[in-house]
Design a protein around this ligand. Structure first.
Ligand SMILES: [Zn+2]
Length: 385
């Protein structure tokens, strides 16, 4: 035990520093006196920590407010314009990257469309990050890389558990990128990330129980219960795409090994199997072409059925629908789904609200937010070491 003591002291010091840093981030401008009050740390400890943060150009001193007498408290803020984060959206058909500062301003953006299976997505991720690095004003001020992944992710281990579209299975993407760039890397599933952002400060901020469903190349889901994300025993909860919506002859084989899954019908990959392109379907539906109308009804029936079941089972306050398929078809799809749910869910669950975003957000920006969040995180779980 004796041998561990210096490490524990060092750790405690860094936890105190993170506490102070986080408070300046969330409550700044804030004075040293207020920091001591809110953290319970001594004035001397606060002074030492703040001096380090000032020296590292992480924190700035602002001009003191006018005061009636005595020493005026100096407000402290985060120096957000001179710290940077890279966010990368790793989708099935493209990799998009954004270089952001800590005040959420975008400095540069890059999109690399998949040209073939060769080297996708790893070489494309590296290509995007390399290009963004050329635009970082000061490399020593770049705090990390965040990735939003279209696939199942174990964010604590930094691995992509499974993504058929990306060709990853138990792939240690975090380690690969950390080795390549020597920077902290965070990974999160794209739908979980979107749900976290929307629950934190977006359309779901007032909601405690909700589901986010993304209809894109595949279908993903995120479940929030009592304001907590449910990730399940193996980080794979919310696999809405594999809800069964067809049986017998009509059930198509799915990449998961089962048959009749929603994703074989109501995703971009499902549309492709049926020789449809999303844009063609949308214009066909708008022009009331019978074939397009039939395909649209098939999709709406399948989503309506799966959605009714999940609403009945989980009793959410809100369901947020997103992804390219929803972006394109929401004007037609939403009224149909609302009507179906009105008919098919029990009286007790009818209060549920279906909502959509004007457009699926740029996930590379949310991914950069992972870095910023990590930078200000207080590593409380390490206290038990
Ligand atoms: Zn399946």
């Amino acid at each position: 035990m004796q041998a561990n003591k210096p490490t524990s002291n060092k750790l405690l010091k860094s936890i105190n520093q993170q506490k102070v840093l986080r408070l300046i981030y969330t409550d700044g401008p804030i004075s040293r006196v207020e920091l001591a009050d809110k953290t319970g740390l001594t004035q001397q400890t606060i002074t030492n920590i703040v001096n380090r943060l000032l020296q590292d150009d992480i924190v700035l001193e602002m001009a003191p407010a006018a005061s009636s007498g005595g020493r005026k408290p100096v407000p402290l803020v985060i120096d957000g314009s001179s710290m940077y984060a890279i966010g990368v959206e790793v989708a099935v058909e493209y990799v998009r990257g954004s270089l952001m500062d800590f005040q959420n301003n975008r400095i540069h953006e890059v999109t690399k469309r998949k040209e073939g299976p060769e080297g996708y997505p790893l070489n494309y991720i590296i290509g995007a990050v390399d290009e963004l690095l050329l635009h970082v004003p000061d490399r020593s001020r770049l705090k990390g890389i965040g990735c939003s992944i279209q696939g199942l992710v174990d964010s604590s281990q930094g691995t992509v558990i499974y993504s058929p579209g990306l060709g990853f299975r138990n792939y240690p993407l975090r380690d690969r990128l950390e080795e390549a760039y020597g920077l902290p890397v965070s990974l999160e599933n794209d739908v979980n990330l979107l749900a976290l952002v929307e629950n934190l400060k977006g359309t779901l901020a007032a909601s405690q129980n909700n589901i986010t469903l993304k209809f894109d190349y595949g279908i993903g889901g995120a479940i929030v219960v009592n304001s907590q994300l449910c990730s399940g025993a193996n980080h794979v909860a919310g696999e809405f795409g594999h809800f069964k919506v067809e049986t017998g002859e009509r059930a198509l084989k799915c990449h998961c090994g089962a048959k009749g899954c929603l994703t074989t019908i109501a995703s971009i990959s499902g549309l492709r199997r049926a020789n449809w392109k999303l844009e063609a379907l949308r214009s066909g539906v708008r022009e009331q072409e019978p074939e397009a109308a039939a395909k649209f009804n098939h999709i709406a029936d399948a989503i309506g059925l799966a959605l009714s079941n999940v609403i009945t089972f989980l009793n959410p306050e809100h369901v947020l629908l997103t992804g390219a398929l929803v972006d394109e078809l929401k004007d037609e799809l939403l009224p149909v789904l609302r009507e179906r749910i009105g008919i098919t869910v029990p009286e007790t669950c009818k209060g549920v609200e279906l909502i959509v975003l004007p457009m699926t957000p740029n996930e590379s920006i949310s991914a950069a937010g992972l870095v910023i969040n990590e930078f200000f995180e207080v590593p409380l779980e390490q206290l038990s070491l």
